[in-house]
Design a protein. Structure first.
Length: 157
């Protein structure tokens, strides 16, 4: 089975770092460009995950994805607001309610601009659970565990 995963976030959110880390962990991963979009394909047993990375808000052409990962940076409130707008657009065009919101740089407590109140508001508005990661700071083992967890969640959406 092939899962098409849209990975959305403004610049500096951790999209590319996260995908590069997966490529390093899963040695048979493939990278290519399709219609000017970077695509990474990770094979896990009999399943494959195509990660389509984009910096802009989704629109009607993005309706063929199985799910989406929306990344934001805990140290920039503007990135969290961008992610919320992108989710609204995705829900509008995709007809799907399946997505995962991921906060990156979760270790940056001193520089955090996204508050617990912001998180709670987004959870209520989108009926969403928010995951937390550190794409640059975590070990390959922790990134792999995080990805396996996300993959299981995607299959259950």
């Amino acid at each position: 089975m092939v899962y098409k995963v849209l990975v959305v976030g403004s610049g500096g959110e951790g999209k590319t770092t996260f995908i590069k880390r997966l490529v390093n962990i899963y040695k048979d991963a493939e990278k290519r460009t399709v219609n000017e979009m970077p695509v990474c394909i990770v094979h896990m047993g009999c399943e494959s995950y195509e990660f389509w990375e984009m910096n802009e808000e989704p629109d009607e052409k993005d309706s063929s994805f199985d799910t989406a990962l929306f990344l934001f940076d805990y140290t920039r409130l503007s990135s969290f607001n961008d992610a919320k707008r992108a989710i609204q657009r995705y829900l509008e065009y995709s007809g799907s309610e399946y997505f995962i919101l991921i906060g990156n740089k979760c270790e940056a407590d001193d520089a955090r601009q996204v508050t617990l109140a912001d998180i709670s508001e987004a959870q209520m508005a989108f009926n969403a659970r928010i995951e937390h990661m550190s794409a640059a700071e975590w070990s390959d083992e922790k990134i792999a565990k995080f990805w396996n967890y996300l993959a299981r969640r995607m299959k259950n959406l």
